[in-house]
Design a protein around this ligand. Structure first.
Ligand code: AMP
Length: 189
């Protein structure tokens, strides 16, 4: 089973993705978390990615796709994967479609977390105060929201064409939103 969780920065992808992956007993892959770990360890990948991440820009597709290929080949991914923060661009989506097709699989469902823009900024600023993520400053937040609208939001139409998008109202508390996510995957799990 291959699930994607899609939404703007601050929409709750990480929180909801972790919970639903646990519930389904499948691996969760967060490209953002993998990149942050690489930055922390100072690997060549981390050094390259950091330049983009700090500016609120996307890391180049080929870098992300080699990460994803490695994960899809791993034993942990054998039962399926919940992808959080991937894909972020149409070329990433078409590439993963091809990778899955080669394995006689496909994207089963895309969970789209819908949250109003002013709430996104409030949440990201609150996270900045709490977690101190280096890309959670107002300038980078504005840039990431713009990148989301320009480069990632077109994926909704892309996946709508495949008929796999499930829209989840992302307002409310974590448990309420998780209940909606579980309802949405209920028919698939
Ligand atoms: P996230 O934790 O998903 O908000 O990602 C944090 C940052 O990592 C993003 O602002 C991008 O710079 C980078 N990133 C994460 N996932 C991707 C992806 N699929 N494609 C390109 N850049 C990504």
């Amino acid at each position: 089973m291959y699930l994607m969780i899609l939404g703007a920065p601050g929409s709750g992808k990480g929180t909801q993705g972790t919970l639903i992956a646990e519930h389904l007993g499948i691996a969760e892959v967060s490209t953002g978390a993998l990149l942050r770990a690489a930055v922390k360890q100072g690997t060549p990948l981390g050094l390259e990615a950091k330049r983009f991440m700090d500016q609120g820009l996307l890391v180049p597709d080929q870098v992300i796709l080699s990460l994803i290929r490695g994960i899809l080949d791993s034993k942990e991914a054998a039962r399926g994967v919940l992808m959080d923060g991937f894909p972020r661009t149409v070329p990433q989506a078409t590439a993963v479609d091809q990778i899955l097709k080669d394995r006689k699989a496909q994207v089963d469902m895309v969970l789209l977390l819908e949250v109003a823009e002013d709430e996104l900024v409030t949440r990201l600023l609150a996270r900045a105060a709490k977690e101190g993520r280096s890309d959670d400053n107002l300038e980078s937040i504005k840039q990431r929201l713009k990148v989301y609208h320009d480069q990632t939001a077109p994926l909704v139409a892309y996946y709508d064409q495949q008929g796999v998008v499930s829209r989840i109202p992302g307002m409310g508390n974590v448990d309420e939103i998780q209940a909606r996510v579980r309802d949405a995957v209920g028919g698939k799990a």
